[in-house]
Design a protein around this ligand. Structure first.
Ligand SMILES: [Zn+2]
Length: 394
């Protein structure tokens, strides 16, 4: 009997069945609705603050504190963003903590989770407020045509954030240490050298602090790029670790972070163009009722964020396809680097604990930011079929 990739994939699929499959399907399918409800929550929270004059009051307060326009933008953004987060906190607790606990994916107590959530909140409030100072300055000079320069400013900010994240942001949540000595370290560093990944850029991260998920990631930009293998993954068999690290090295070697930023720039330009056209209309129509005096009023941040959240929801399939395409590329790179198709299939089955394993083709195109377990196993089995009998294939 010749080796048949389709049949081999079926055999792998059969190893996840019954209650375990129903659970991971339910967890992942529930996530589709969270996208929609998350937008509704954003919408309702903004509406409450606009309708009941909270936005207007914060803006008046900021304008009384100072006559400097840039400082007004900042003094509005900070309390406004904090209040928005307070209103949506119950939703965050449900999606970020309650639901993860219910599916047995979290390793955190509520206090620990809340502590990390608040650190994240502080970082995003400061970052967004600083970004708003710059973008609002551009808007005040060109109320209709700010979108192009606004995109440039936002991308510069984003690039800076990605570059410094491994140095200043990630250490706030986890500890990153060099890989411990041993055969696993030797094998991974050997694969790194063979593929042009600097060996001192490979780390171990204590992700089990937060969750049971097996994972690894590539972060940083320019000089700060590093690959981190998480401690949940380190407990798996050596060839499975190699299979995942081959995939992560694919992200590194194929420059996925930079390519993603370039694509994001194009999408952001479209988002800002639409916002630049819609926002003056919204302000002219509803401004008097909400107490927004014009485009130079920092209060425009409230309707602007709703427009951008709506566009982001509509662009979900696009974002997912951008990342999923990179993930498929990394999968193929990893198969070629690690040459362990069965180990890769085995780890793909384990990842299906939190990702629906066999979606329909449209479902995968719209909702999946990584290939499904089925796609990954089939890719591995096709690779295996072309390399049967080769001595170094595991
Ligand atoms: Zn990946």
């Amino acid at each position: 009997m010749p080796f048949d990739p389709e049949l081999a994939t079926k055999a792998w699929m059969a190893t996840l069945s019954g209650a375990a499959r129903a659970k991971s399907d339910a967890y992942f399918e529930g996530g589709y609705w969270l996208l929609l409800w998350g937008f509704v929550v954003t919408l309702v929270s903004a509406w409450i603050m606009l309708r009941f004059g909270l936005v207007a009051r914060i803006s008046t307060w900021a304008q009384r504190r100072t006559s400097r326009a840039w400082l007004r933008s900042f003094l509005f953004a900070v309390p406004f963003l904090l209040l928005s987060s307070l209103i949506t906190l119950p939703w965050d607790i449900y999606t970020g903590f309650v639901r993860e606990q219910a599916y047995g994916l979290s390793n955190m107590t509520f206090t620990a989770w809340l502590g990390e959530d608040l650190i994240g909140l502080a970082i995003s409030t400061v970052t967004l407020s600083l970004l708003f100072i710059a973008i609002h300055a551009v808007i005040r000079r060109a109320p209709r045509d700010w979108w192009l320069l606004g995109t440039a400013v936002a991308v510069a900010g984003m690039t800076f954030a990605v570059a410094i994240a491994p140095l200043f942001i990630e250490p706030l949540f986890n500890k990153y240490v060099p890989l411990p000595a041993g055969p696993v370290r030797q094998q991974i560093l050997s694969m790194a050298r063979a593929n042009g990944v600097p060996a001192d850029n490979v780390y171990l991260v204590d992700a089990s602090r937060q969750s049971k998920r097996i994972s690894a990631n590539v972060a940083g930009l320019f000089g700060t790029t590093r690959i981190a293998l998480n401690d949940n993954l380190l407990k798996q068999p050596a060839d499975e670790i190699r299979a995942v690290m081959g995939h992560e090295m694919g992200h590194y070697v194929l420059n996925h972070v930079v390519k993603f930023l370039v694509s994001l720039t194009l999408i952001l330009a479209v988002f800002f163009l639409v916002t630049a056209r819609l926002l003056p209309w919204v302000v002219a129509r509803h401004g008097p009722g909400w107490g927004i005096t014009g485009m130079d009023d920092p209060a425009i941040l409230a309707p602007a964020l709703v427009i951008i959240a709506g566009l982001a929801l509509l662009a979900t399939p696009l974002f997912n396809t951008m990342t999923r395409t990179q993930e498929i590329e990394a999968d193929r790179f990893g198969l070629n680097a690690a040459r362990a198709p069965d180990s890769f299939a085995s780890i793909a089955m384990k990842l299906s604990q939190y990702r629906k394993i066999e979606p329909g083709p449209w479902e995968e195109a719209i909702f999946f930011d990584h290939p499904s377990g089925h796609t990954r196993v089939l890719t591995a089995m096709r690779w295996k079929a072309e390399h049967l009998g080769q001595a170094d294939v595991k």
